[in-house]
Design a protein around this ligand. Structure first.
Ligand code: AMP
Length: 208
């Protein structure tokens, strides 16, 4: 089973891919986390990646493809979040997804979520101070590290990311829509309602 999540930053791709991954035991890969992990290693490659993503720009295609292929080369079943992100990546990756969940959200909800988002710099777990707060204020539930705001979640970088989404990623909705395996989900709603809807589509697909 190959599953892809599409949607703007803050639409919930990471949250739902993690929930599905845990419940259905399918490994998930988030291209943003893969890039951030490389930055954490402090390598030359990490520094190069940082110069793009901190400002909200896409990482170069050769870098992202190399990293993604390293993780996915031998895997049959996976959930992808954040990749492919434009038509160039779709063409180079050459993978047929069984289902694509498109989380459609309004801008006002997205901005509210991004302002309140915090992440764990160690294990990448994501929180929302209002809807998914950590059990202990400011600390990761999983590893206890101090939560931080993402570097690319300044006003300028968010604006840039949303512009790039409109220009580069939105055409994928049309592309996969025509193929017939894209499911549009209203991502503005409460987490459990959205998750149950995603799950019911997935179960139908698995039992087909
Ligand atoms: P995300 O965690 O999905 O919001 O991604 C954070 C940042 O990582 C993006 O703003 C891009 O700079 C970079 N990034 C993530 N996925 C990709 C991709 N598929 N292609 C290029 N850059 C990416």
């Amino acid at each position: 089973m190959k599953i892809l999540f599409l949607g703007k930053a803050g639409s919930g791709k990471g949250t739902y891919s993690e929930m599905l991954s845990r419940e259905f035991k399918i490994p998930k890969f988030n291209s943003g986390d893969i890039l951030r992990d490389e930055i954490k290693k402090g390598t030359e490659l990490g520094k190069e990646i940082s110069s793009y993503i901190d400002k909200g720009n896409l990482a170069p295609i050769d870098i992202i493809l190399k990293l993604i292929n390293k993780y996915l080369s031998d895997i049959e079943n996976f959930i992808l979040d954040g990749f492919p992100r434009n038509l160039e990546q779709v063409k180079l990756f050459k993978t047929n997804f069984d289902v694509i969940f498109y989380l459609k959200c309004s801008d006002i909800i997205i901005l509210r979520r991004l302002v309140n988002r915090r992440i764990c710099p160690k294990c990448n777990k994501s929180y929302n101070l209002i809807t998914i707060p950590p059990k202990k204020e400011g600390l990761c539930d999983v590893c206890g590290s101090r939560l931080v705001k993402r570097i690319d979640e300044t006003k300028e970088a968010i604006k840039k990311r949303l512009e790039i989404y409109e220009k580069e990623t939105l055409p994928l909705i049309n592309y996969y829509g025509k193929k017939g395996n894209l499911i549009e989900i209203n991502g503005d709603r409460e987490i459990n309602i959205v998750y149950n809807e995603i799950k019911s589509y997935l179960k139908k697909l698995i039992n087909k």
